[in-house]
Design a protein around this ligand. Structure first.
Ligand code: 2IT
Length: 445
C-alpha cells in the first residue's frame, strides 16, 4: 500500500476536504502492516472502495423563521458503508457542517460501528443549520423540512439516523414525528428517541458512560485506579454530562467543563446538582458556560481559553473535532497527564495524537472510546425490532460488556514492542479487519 499515493489521489478527486483526509490518513497509517500481510485486501481493492462512500444525498432545506422570512440551509446524508449492517450514525446540526466533516464522521463511524460487535454499517448526516438562538417552533419547522426530503432514503433496515452535536431528544422527536407521518410506519427508524415512544433507557447517558467504562479499562490494564483522579472535560452537552456523571460515580473528580466562550475550573469538582446544571445551560440555547461561575462562586471562568492548560490526571475532550492541538497536548504532557481519551470524534489533531504516542502517553481514539453511544443505539434498534423495552440495568450491563470487548479488541491489535499499547492502531485494525472481511465475502458491489 502506498499511503501517499492513495491520499494524493483522494485529494485530487475531492479537493477541500481536510477533515476527511485526516481521518483516512490516520486509518491507513494504522493498518499498513496488516494490509501488507494480507494480499487479498489489495487484490479486492479494499482501500479504494472503502474511501468512497456508497452514496451521498445533498438537498436544500427551506423553512420559514418566526419573523416570516424564508431561510435556506443544506441537508446531507452520507451512506458510507453497509458491509456489516444498515447504515447507522447521527445527524449533526451545526454551523460548521460541510461535506468534509460529514465524510470524516461517516468514515470513522464505519469502523466504530464494526468495533461495537453489533451489525451496523456507517453513515452520517446533518445540516449547516445552527440551533443556537432558534425558537422551539423554528427548530420544529426546520426538522420537518429536513425530513420531508430525507425520509425516502432511510428505514429500519436501510439507514437509521440518530443525534449528534445540535441534535438531541427534542430534535429527534420532531424528525421522527415527521418521518412516521410520511412513511406511514412506526418501526423506530431513529435512535435516541424519547422514552415514551420507543427510546432506550441509558441512551442519553451512553456515550459518556461508555467512555468512562473504556477509560477505566485502560487504567486497569496499567494497574491504576480511577478513584481520586482529577479529570478535565471539554464541552457541556449531552456527552460531557454523561462523562461527568460516570466519572464522579467512579470516584474521580471532574474539574473543568467548557463552551465556545471559554472554560470553567471548579476545584471542588463538577458533581451533584452542578452536573444537572450543565443541561440547564445547554437548554438555554445560548451556547455559553460563563453563568456557571456566577452560580457556583468557588469556580473560575477563563474566557476564550481551553481547559487543557490545567494540571489533571485524565483529559477527556468531549466537544468537537480537532479541539485539542499539539500545543495543548504538550501542556498536558508537561503537567504529567496519565491518560487522554477522545470522547468527541477525532477530538485531537493529528499532531497531538502523534505527540501522545511519541511520549507514550496512555491515549485512545474516539472511535473506540465513544462507541458506547452508537452501541446503545444498536440496542435501541434491537428493542424496537422485538417490540420490547429492557430495564436500565439490562442496557447498562450490555453497554459495559460491549465497552470491555472494544477495549479487549483494541488491546489485542494495539500491543507494540515494549509495554506500550497503541490504542489508535488497535482500534483501527480491529474495525478495519471486520469491515474488509465482510466486503470480500459479499463480492464486488
Ligand atoms: O458519533 C456517534 O457515534 C454518534 N453521534 C451516535 C450515532 C448513533 O447512531 O447513535
Amino acid at each position: 500500500m502506498r499511503i501517499d499515493n492513495i491520499l494524493s489521489t483522494l485529494e485530487a478527486k475531492h479537493p477541500g476536504e481536510p477533515e476527511f483526509l485526516q481521518a483516512v490518513k490516520e486509518v491507513l497509517v494504522s493498518i499498513e502492516d496488516v494490509y501488507n500481510q494480507h494480499p487479498e485486501f489489495e487484490k479486492h481493492r479494499i482501500i479504494e472502495r472503502l474511501v468512497e462512500p456508497d452514496r451521498i444525498f445533498t438537498f436544500r432545506v427551506a423553512w420559514v423563521d418566526d419573523k416570516g422570512d424564508i431561510q435556506v440551509n443544506i441537508g446531507y446524508r452520507v451512506q458510507f458503508n453497509n458491509a456489516i449492517g444498515p447504515y447507522k450514525g447521527g445527524l449533526r446540526f451545526h454551523a460548521s457542517v460541510n461535506l468534509s466533516s460529514l465524510k470524516f464522521l461517516g468514515f470513522e463511524q464505519t469502523f466504530k460501528n464494526a468495533l461495537t460487535t453489533l451489525p451496523m454499517g456507517g453513515g452520517k448526516g446533518g445540516s449547516d443549520f445552527s440551533p443556537k438562538g432558534k425558537s422551539n417552533a423554528e427548530i420544529m419547522r426546520f426538522c420537518q423540512a429536513f425530513m420531508l426530503e430525507l425520509w425516502r432514503n432511510i428505514g429500519p433496515d436501510t439507514d437509521v439516523p440518530a443525534g449528534d452535536i445540535g441534535v438531541g431528544t427534542r430534535e429527534i422527536g420532531y424528525l421522527y414525528g415527521m418521518y412516521k407521518k410520511l412513511a406511514r410506519e412506526n418501526t423506530g427508524t431513529f435512535t435516541g428517541k424519547g422514552l415514551d415512544y420507543g427510546g432506550s433507557l441509558i441512551r442519553p447517558e451512553a456515550t459518556g458512560f461508555g467512555a468512562l467504562y473504556f477509560v477505566n479499562e485502560m487504567l486497569k490494564a496499567k494497574n491504576l485506579d480511577i478513584k481520586g483522579k482529577t479529570v478535565s472535560i471539554s464541552g457541556f452537552g449531552n456527552v460531557a454530562w454523561g462523562a461527568a456523571l460516570k466519572a464522579t460515580e467512579l470516584g474521580a473528580k471532574v474539574v473543568t467543563i467548557s463552551g465556545p466562550d471559554g472554560y470553567i475550573y471548579d476545584p471542588d469538582g463538577v458533581s451533584g446538582e452542578k452536573i444537572e446544571y450543565m443541561l440547564e445551560l445547554r437548554d438555554s440555547g445560548n451556547d455559553v458556560v460563563a453563568p456557571y461561575a456566577e452560580k457556583y462562586t468557588g469556580s473560575t471562568f477563563y474566557p476564550g481559553k481551553k481547559p487543557w492548560e490545567q494540571k489533571v490526571d485524565i483529559a477527556l475532550p468531549c466537544a468537537i473535532q480537532n479541539e485539542l492541538n499539539d500545543k495543548d497536548a504538550a501542556a498536558l504532557i508537561a503537567n504529567g497527564v496519565t491518560c487522554v481519551a477522545e470522547v468527541s470524534n477525532m477530538g485531537c489533531t493529528a499532531e497531538a495524537v502523534d505527540l501522545f504516542i511519541e511520549k507514550k502517553t496512555l491515549f485512545a481514539p474516539g472511535k473506540a472510546v465513544n462507541a458506547g453511544g452508537v452501541a446503545t443505539s444498536g440496542l435501541e434498534m434491537s428493542q424496537n425490532a422485538m417490540h420490547i423495552q429492557w430495564t436500565e440495568e439490562e442496557v447498562d450491563q450490555k453497554l459495559h460488556q460491549i465497552m470491555k470487548n472494544i477495549h479487549g479488541q483494541s488491546l489485542k491489535y494495539g500491543k507494540e514492542a515494549g509495554e506500550y499499547i497503541n490504542y489508535v492502531k488497535g482500534a483501527n485494525v480491529a474495525g478495519f479487519m471486520k469491515v474488509a472481511r465482510a466486503m470480500i465475502a459479499q463480492g464486488v458491489i
